[in-house]
Design a protein around this ligand. Structure first.
Ligand SMILES: C[S@@+](CC[C@H](N)C(=O)[O-])C[C@H]1O[C@@H](n2cnc3c(N)ncnc32)[C@H](O)[C@@H]1O
Length: 443
């Protein structure tokens, strides 16, 4: 007997019921992640035809299934008599996402089964309709229980290599980090305070029945009670507000900007911190670089919405020798593992490979060195990542300081604490995981 499920043509036509389209889109997106593509590429591609409600449903199914993938697999595995060939990836992702909907979303089981069975045809696997139906019915018959594991990496659905790195770095705090990384992230706004006060914007939000709270850590930040689409935010199109996590909003103020300064943002796209720099000090001469053409275009678009100007350049920041002159302030918001923002991008858990980390740390070190060579004496370089791994953060900065005798840490206060570097952990203060290091070049 074959080890794999065989497609069967049993002559039955699956009924494509209401909701099948969104289930099929979710299954295709999840299968795409398994082939190494990111959610930011896949979501727009597979949800373009759906209305806003279905898009939100697909997003919830996809994010949740990725958050709990190992546990869902653990629960699915005993229900399968054979393996599913990778040729029929969508069958597997349909089943995983159906279990997610039944257990975590508490969607009525009959609706999940009907829409998932109907989605088989839309995923070009109608020959698996009977099998999908049988597996889900068995899951329900046997109590619809999620299997659990005593292994933390499985229980919190992290790949072993990443779990081990986090455990080595954080010991007892590991469980809290994993738990926070699997939770829904709140939506934070950054009010453009050079144009409108935070309290005034809060009033505008309330008039639109959108409720938000302030934080003691940052005067421009508002945390929404419920996420909304940006189209619903008052004056969004007119550039009075941006969506930006609290931890990211705490970066630009550390640059201690002054009027007319020359400022370099080495890794600027999609422009979140460039925009904040220009809001804090609109008179600075900002050069915004990125090595990715498409992403740089999105930074340009964002700054245009905010009615800000910068000199944009597509450039690999590992070699800045072509850039003229020196800068008073440099931000290196480096490409990183993204391990501090898994709660927003759960695909990171499955897309990153252990070997990526050494590549990233090498690139970060080169960007830091080339950026420092462009810093004026007495100038400030701010290094940030949305990573929680020491090799990209504290160890990276230790190595940098040992290479540059003319660099020294410049202490700062953040989240009520002070130091020359700061590692924020995901979920603390309702913000993302983020690392900050501020250096000054000796004059
Ligand atoms: C963390 S993101 C930057 C986010 C941005 N600072 C913001 O606040 O919106 C890192 C960026 O670095 C860019 N990048 C990666 N390698 C680079 C390199 N060698 N030189 C310049 N930019 C690079 C990526 O394309 C990506 O846009």
């Amino acid at each position: 007997m074959s080890k794999f499920y065989k497609p069967r043509n049993n002559g039955k036509q699956a009924v494509i019921g209401q909701g099948s389209q969104s289930r099929a889109a979710a299954a295709k997106i999840l299968a795409g992640v398994e082939t190494g593509l990111s959610l930011s590429d896949l979501m727009p591609r597979f949800t373009a035809e759906l209305d806003l409600r279905d898009r939100a449903l697909v997003s919830e199914i996809v994010h949740g299934t990725l958050r709990h993938r190992r546990l869902l697999n653990l629960s699915l595995h005993p229900l399968l008599d054979h393996k599913l060939s990778s040729k029929y990836r969508e069958v597997n992702t349909l089943l995983l996402s159906a279990i997610y909907q039944i257990v975590f979303m508490r969607t009525p089981p009959h609706a999940v089964v009907a829409s998932t069975v109907g989605a088989c045809a839309l995923c070009k696997c109608q020959s698996f309709t009977g099998m999908v139906n049988a597996v889900l019915r068995r899951f329900l018959r046997e109590g619809a229980h999620l299997q659990h594991s005593t292994e933390e990496a499985i229980e919190f659905s992290f790949p072993d290599w990443l779990y081990n790195k986090i455990k080595n770095a954080y010991g007892d705090k590991t469980k809290a980090i994993l738990k926070a990384s699997n939770e829904h992230a709140p939506m934070w706004l950054r009010v453009e305070n050079s144009k409108i006060g935070t309290d005034d914007y809060l009033v505008l939000l309330e008039k639109c029945d959108i409720f938000a709270v302030r934080t003691p850590f940052c005067s421009s930040a508002l945390q929404l009670e419920e996420p909304v689409i940006t189209e619903k935010l008052p004056l969004f199109k007119r550039g009075r507000v941006s969506v930006q996590d609290l931890a990211a909003q705490l970066a630009a103020p550390l640059l201690d900007l002054k009027p007319q300064m020359r400022v370099l943002d080495t890794c600027s796209a999609p422009g979140g911190k460039s925009a904040h720099i220009l809001d804090l000090e609109p008179t600075v001469e900002l050069t915004a670089l990125d090595s990715d053409e498409k992403r740089l275009a999105s930074a340009k678009e964002n700054l245009a919405r905010l009615q800000r100007n910068a000199v944009f350049k597509m450039l690999d920041a590992q070699d800045l020798s072509s850039l003229e002159g020196e800068f008073d302030r440099i931000l290196v918001d480096a490409p990183c593992s993204g391990t501090g923002v898994i709660r927003r991008h759960p695909d990171i858990k499955w897309l990153r490979r252990e070997g990526d980390i050494a590549n990233l740390t090498a690139i970060q070190a080169k960007i830091l060195d080339s950026a420092f060579s462009k810093l004026k004496k007495g100038g400030i370089l701010l290094y940030t990542t949305c990573s929680i791994l020491p090799e990209e953060n504290s160890e990276q900065i230790e190595a940098f300081l040992s290479r540059h005798a003319d660099a020294k840490l410049l202490p700062f206060n953040i989240f009520g604490q002070s130091g020359g570097t700061f590692q924020h952990l995901p979920g603390d203060d309702d913000a993302d995981g983020f690392f900050y290091a501020r250096m000054i070049k000796n004059s």
